[in-house]
Design a protein around this ligand. Structure first.
Ligand code: GDP
Ligand code: MN
Length: 392
């Protein structure tokens, strides 16, 4: 789960990590109110969306006073911001952060994340922070320093100092920077974060170090331990279909392709998506209806798949284990009767009572293609999806 920059910065402050003074606003009146609380001089107006790349997309604007800040905010609020991280559809800006402007001497990059390969947190730092960090990673990887951290020890003093030295600090500032890195690591662990990133961490011309940007991604499986963090969730930033799926207890993730998939079991769902891709198709979603799927749940799943306008074909791949295929077939038939399925539908049933299930489907009079063989089914659906796609 992601949270907004202004929320992450509040959390940073509570962990002792310095951030610019500022406040969030949802209307132009609130912008003026927030600006009045800040010191006179340059202000920065920042679009609050759950995506980076705002600087290059016009989502971070400087203003010479409250009036200019209000004008900038009015241009952002309620409008769609497209950045390289939002996809072409962009995100609607519903709030802006108004901050005191900073005079930047240098921009650094700092992040803590989970490294699945080494099964421990890693801290990543670079003296080349700012809006082109992706290029640094690609072209000059030597400018990035990655250190695995023992989760039991935390980030030790000498490690933090070593990282600060790599960033080019010395003397008092090295110790101050090391302190920020340790606080960031503490925040990462205490919040059960999956990723915490400061890009840029800046050195101001006055010699202060502070987090100019803040990104925090929280591990969803640990959110039950953090009701205060869970409360920071912004439902408007979530995919509405994923919200709907969660309400029905379905494990659904929207993807970019045009083939809707409905499967029982997460492993089978992954294998099905692999097969579709192998056959040259692109899945529109991941959907695991779970072991206890009944007709109601399947209907909900169908409605969700069909609500995605990109879907041009649906592949139902069910392995009857505890759940019998005939019951599942009845569910599918019932679901397709109450939901208007206007795209080609391919159903593959295997396992307990598979034949009975297939009979039910064939008798139903609905337009199914029943597939026995998984590879043939994947090829067929990829072909359908491709065909439908190429007609546009
Ligand atoms: P992102 O592009 O979405 O990651 O947004 P950031 O918060 O990182 O801002 C992008 C860039 O805007 C930063 O790298 C800075 O160069 C610039 N910026 C942000 N705030 C200030 C500020 O107070 N003063 C100055 N001079 N530049 C700023
Ligand atoms: Mn940034």
């Amino acid at each position: 789960m992601n949270i907004h920059e202004y929320q992450a910065k509040k959390l940073f402050r509570s962990f002792g990590i310095p951030v610019p003074v500022g406040g969030v606003a949802r209307t132009s009146e609130e912008v003026v109110q927030q600006a009045a609380k800040l010191r006179a001089g340059t202000l920065v107006v920042k679009a609050q969306i759950h995506a980076g790349g705002r600087g290059k997309a016009g989502g971070v604007l400087t203003a010479d006073g409250p009036e200019a800040a209000r004008r900038h905010a009015e241009r952002l609020l309620g409008n769609v911001l497209v950045t390289r991280q939002t996809g072409p559809e962009g995100r609607v800006v519903r709030s802006v952060l108004i901050e005191e402007g900073q005079n930047i001497e240098h921009e650094y990059y700092v992040a803590v994340m989970l490294d699945r390969a080494t099964r421990r947190p890693v801290i990543l730092v670079s003296p080349d922070g700012g809006m082109d960090i992706e290029e640094v990673a690609a072209n000059t990887p030597g400018h990035l320093f990655k250190l695995g951290v023992d989760p039991l020890w935390g980030l030790r003093d000498y490690e933090a100092r070593c990282l600060a030295a790599f960033l080019g600090f010395s003397g008092k500032r090295l110790h101050f920077c090391a302190g920020i890195l340790q606080k960031l690591f503490t925040l990462y662990q205490s919040c059960d974060a999956a990723l915490v990133e400061i890009n840029p961490l800046i050195l101001t011309t006055e010699g202060n170090l502070l987090a100019l940007d803040a990104k925090l991604n929280l591990e969803e499986n640990a959110l039950f331990r953090h009701p205060d963090l869970k409360a920071l969730e912004d439902p408007e930033e979530r995919d509405p279909l994923e919200v709907q799926a969660e309400r029905h207890g379905l494990n659904y993730i929207r993807l970019n392709g045009n083939i809707g998939v409905m499967v029982n079991g997460a492993g089978l769902a992954m294998a099905t998506m692999d097969l579709i891709k192998q056959a040259g198709g692109e899945p529109a979603n991941f959907l695991d209806v779970g072991g206890g799927a009944d007709a109601g749940k399947i209907a909900a799943g169908f409605r969700i798949i069909m609500s995605d306008p990109k879907v041009e074909a649906i592949f139902v791949n069910i392995f009857g284990g505890i759940l019998r295929c005939d019951l599942l077939a009845e569910g599918v038939v019932m679901a397709t009767r109450e939901t208007d399925v206007s795209v080609p539908l391919i159903v593959r049933l295997q396992g307990t009572n598979a034949e009975e299930g297939q009979r039910i489907l064939q008798k139903s009079g609905l337009l199914f293609t029943v597939a026995k063989d998984l590879h043939a089914a994947a090829k067929h659906i990829a072909g359908v999806g491709y065909h439908e796609h190429s007609r546009q």
